[in-house]
Design a protein around this ligand. Structure first.
Ligand code: TXA
Ligand code: MG
Length: 318
């Protein structure tokens, strides 16, 4: 039996499977299966208060699960779907409150991954899928990453994820697009698309998400402490602020200028460093990249992953 056929059979029977998406691998269950949804939370050891994203294979299917789809959603979905953009929308009764952790809204996105879109089509309804990692751990970007953490799971191998960090999450309220989680679809990209289509009255802002877990300070932490440094702050004087024992067998990674490359390789890099016996990972980033619009998804994950910051003020960013 093919990997895909087996995945569909398992989903139909109320089981979970790991599926590739262009952002990170997801741990999927059919949204029609209560047992499957329960199994996602149990497998991930994820608290029930952290809601799941529903993955659809078309805009028409997305509209079946919300009372709130509007012309701005149409515009942004037309531009960015299939792709790494999740809409938070008022849910209707077709979405179980188990998926949304009791919230009256649901996260919906159409992933840009052919095998997974085919699986959703064959299944005939959407899948709920958080990233396929244990709660608070780094998201997997290859099938092997998933296998390392969940050896028993059926995994559809789609190769390395093309984007590499999780989707941008937005909530549209009146005349505002609130970015709850930055990703590779940046604030300026959304703004530009609105402007190009004469929605000049709509503003786009980073807003603290009302849902806590995605905003936990240390959501994406590797085992070895990360010291996040703006590149001006790596002289001996600055490093004197870091415990000596951490610096003894440190490894250094200079964040490259190419944001797409950095996003695609970052989690694999952290996992690789984690498997060696380094005492710390020093991540060096240029100040201009730290501030750049198209780096904000990456910066958000770096700040959450780090234990130490030079200068200290950069820890306040999220
Ligand atoms: O790229 C992605 O988004 C990946 C792939 C698998 O699609 N998924 C992903 O799922 O990152 P997860 O569960 O690891 O993170 C989803 C985040 C959670 O932190 C959750 O708090 C937020 O989405 N979320 C889900 N539903 C929400 C809602 N109704 N309101 C606010 N935030 C929500
Ligand atoms: Mg996650």
């Amino acid at each position: 039996m093919s990997e895909i056929k087996k995945a569909i059979d398992l989903l139909k029977s109320g089981d979970v499977v790991a599926l590739p998406t262009e952002t990170v691998y997801g741990l999927a269950a059919s949204i029609e299966s209560r047992a499957g949804i329960d199994k996602i939370f149990a497998t991930k050891e994820r608290p029930f208060f952290d809601p799941l994203i529903v993955h659809v294979s078309s805009v028409a299917q997305a509209k079946e699960y919300t009372t709130e789809w509007n012309e701005v959603c149409d515009l942004l979905a037309e531009k960015f779907w299939p792709g790494p953009l999740t809409f938070i929308l008022k849910k209707n009764d077709s979405v179980s409150s188990k998926i949304t952790s009791g919230y009256d809204t649901v996260g919906i996105r159409m992933p840009n991954q052919e095998q997974t879109l085919n699986i959703i089509n064959e299944l005939g309804h959407p899948i709920a899928a958080p990233s396929a990692n244990k709660f608070k751990k780094i998201s997997p970007t290859t099938a092997q990453h998933v296998r390392d953490e969940f050896p028993q799971l059926h995994i559809v191998d789609g190769g390395p994820a093309e984007v590499g960090i999780e989707s941008t999450i937005i909530r549209i309220k009146d005349n505002k697009v609130c970015i709850y989680r930055p990703g590779m679809i940046s604030l300026e990209m959304i703004k530009q698309e609105l402007k190009n289509n004469n929605f000049d009255n709509i503003t786009v802002e980073y807003v603290e998400s009302p849902v806590a877990p995605g905003h936990l300070k240390h959501h994406y932490m590797p085992k070895i402490p990360i010291i996040l440094c703006l590149d001006l702050y790596t002289n001996d004087y600055s490093l004197a602020h870091i415990p000596m024992s951490l610096l003894q067998n440190r490894v250094m990674w200079k964040v490259e200028d190419d944001a797409a490359l950095v996003a695609r390789t970052m989690y694999a890099k952290f996992k690789e460093f984690d498997s060696k016996d380094y005492t710390a990972i020093i991540v060096l980033i240029k100040e201009e990249l730290f501030k750049a619009d198209h780096f904000q998804g990456i910066v958000n994950r770096l700040v959450k992953a780090a234990s130490y910051y030079l200068p200290e003020e950069i820890s306040n960013k999220s």
